[in-house]
Design a protein around this ligand. Structure first.
Ligand code: CMC
Length: 431
């Protein structure tokens, strides 16, 4: 008779246990009853990198890595990229449903209201060296916002939480743009709330000092909006898990989000888009690709922008980005690195090393090429990932706060170090 349980026989003791299976998982704590003796702590799963551990129940983002499917709240990513806007997708991620016209208008107005930064944040950014990485500036200023909005600590109040969420979604582009202007040594440009979310962002980045009114290039404005939709959430990745981990201690959302953005900064995560550009520049020309691939296969570095923990098929976001690249190139001219990237992809996808390991282009493979064509320096690429991911992190944080099953994150370890040694005084440690 089939039943939703798992029977485990512990061959150390000969005892048999039955643990329930629900939603295709067993509870790790159900293994604790499996012991060899009364003072045994009990069996634990060992899972470095959380390769096979579900840490939460979520209703936000669905990924089928084998089939290359990505859905936000059930809506396929290609439909959202084609027909929606980032600001609408942000609402969808947070509230679970697409907004009607008046809900969207209210949401847009409320976000727009919060785009401005406290004047002292400018002083904070001014304090960075002229060559500070914009991601370092972004992470630190997001963390600093916690000091500007101390009421954010009251995470049990829903209205208060949502106000901080709107603030963060609104201020992320302003912080990013100010960090960029600092890098160039140009005066900061204040938000223009008559423009769209991405139109205003382009205004704050690129408006010239004497320019009376900035009019964004509609092709770039829409391309950036699509890129923002594609980057908005990606379930329990490294940065989102960091957001949830820090949030689980009931830290305020600015502190938790600064930690999440720090996780994103790493080259194996959101820093990969910057690393792809560096890699393509180093390769330099199509005829040097085979030599580069040989080095990767010999373990001398990775093909950046390839491979994914979850996708064992073409990343659906990479496909959409490749299409968007063509539209951007038509408007602002082709980035010559695209030819190297396309050839690199062709060679890699035919190579047994990559085929065997199911390594396909991920979201970062083509995004940097577009960003560069749009006029962004490579240092800004990860910041361009962090802006739209802000709503993903916050929607996940909101879900965590409302989940009664969640507790402070606190994994276990297998201790292999020394035990019970007597302290050795300094005089006896010489030689
Ligand atoms: N180039 C060459 N070999 C690779 C690559 C790559 N990009 N990615 C994985 N491999 C190999 C790896 O060496 C290993 O081979 P072997 O079995 O012989 O030891 C095998 O494939 C499995 O790799 P893994 O490191 O165990 O896989 P993972 O799931 O732990 O890592 C990853 C996933 C994304 C960190 C990895 O694929 C990687 O480093 N890719 C390059 C960096 C990158 O593009 N990151 C962006 C990820 S997408 C954006 C985001 O969500 O952050």
């Amino acid at each position: 008779m089939p039943s939703d349980t798992l029977t485990i026989t512990d061959n150390r003791t000969g005892k048999t246990y039955e643990v329930p299976i629900s939603d295709g998982t067993i509870r790790a704590t159900d293994l604790r009853q499996i012991k060899v003796g009364a003072d045994d702590f009990g069996l634990m799963p060992y899972d470095p990198g959380y390769m096979n551990t579900a840490s939460c129940r979520s209703r936000i983002t669905y990924i089928d890595g084998d089939q290359g499917i990505l859905e936000y709240r059930g809506y396929p990513i290609d439909q959202l990229a084609e027909q929606s806007t980032f600001i609408e997708v942000a609402y969808l991620l947070l509230y679970g449903e697409l907004p009607n016209r008046s809900q969207l208008e209210e949401w847009t107005n409320k976000i727009t209201w919060h785009t401005i930064l406290h004047e002292n944040v400018k002083k904070f950014i001014d304090g960075f060296r002229y060559d500070a990485h914009p991601m370092s500036m972004f992470v630190s200023t997001v963390a600093a916002l916690s000091a500007f909005y101390p009421e954010a600590k009251t995470i049990t109040d829903k209205d208060n939480r949502h106000k901080q969420i709107r603030r963060l979604v609104a201020k992320a582009p302003t912080l990013a743009a100010f960090a960029y202007r600092h890098l160039l040594g140009r005066p900061y440009v204040y938000p223009d709330n008559d423009l769209s979310y991405t139109g205003n962002f382009l205004n704050m980045l690129f408006r010239r000092v004497a320019e009376p009114r900035y009019r964004p290039n509609p092709v770039l404005e829409r391309a950036l909006d699509i890129l923002f939709i594609l980057h908005a959430d990606h379930e329990q990745n490294c940065s989102t898990s960091t957001m949830r981990m820090v949030g689980s201690s009931h830290a305020d959302p600015y502190s938790a989000l600064a930690a999440a953005a720090s996780a994103l900064y790493g080259p194996l995560h959101g820093g990969a888009n910057e690393a792809v550009l560096t890699m393509l520049k180093e390769i330099g020309s199509k005829d040097r690709i085979p030599e580069f691939i040989k080095k990767v296969k010999a373990g001398e570095g990775r093909l950046m922008g390839f491979g994914h923990r979850v996708y064992k098929n073409y990343d659906p976001r990479a496909k959409i980005i490749k299409r968007t690249a063509d539209q951007v190139f038509e408007s602002v001219g082709k980035n010559p690195l695209i030819d190297i990237a396309v050839e690199l992809e062709r060679i890699a996808l035919e190579d047994e090393y990559f085929v065997k390991r199911k390594l396909y282009p991920n979201v970062d493979f083509y995004s940097g090429i577009i960003y560069q064509a749009m006029g962004f320096p490579t240092e800004m690429f990860t910041v361009l990932f962090a802006i739209p991911r802000t709503i993903g992190w916050l929607a996940q944080w909101e879900e965590l706060v409302n989940d009664n099953e969640q507790k402070i994150g606190r994994p276990r370890q297998i201790y292999l170090g020394a035990r019970e040694r007597d302290y050795v005084p300094m005089v006896r440690r010489e030689g």
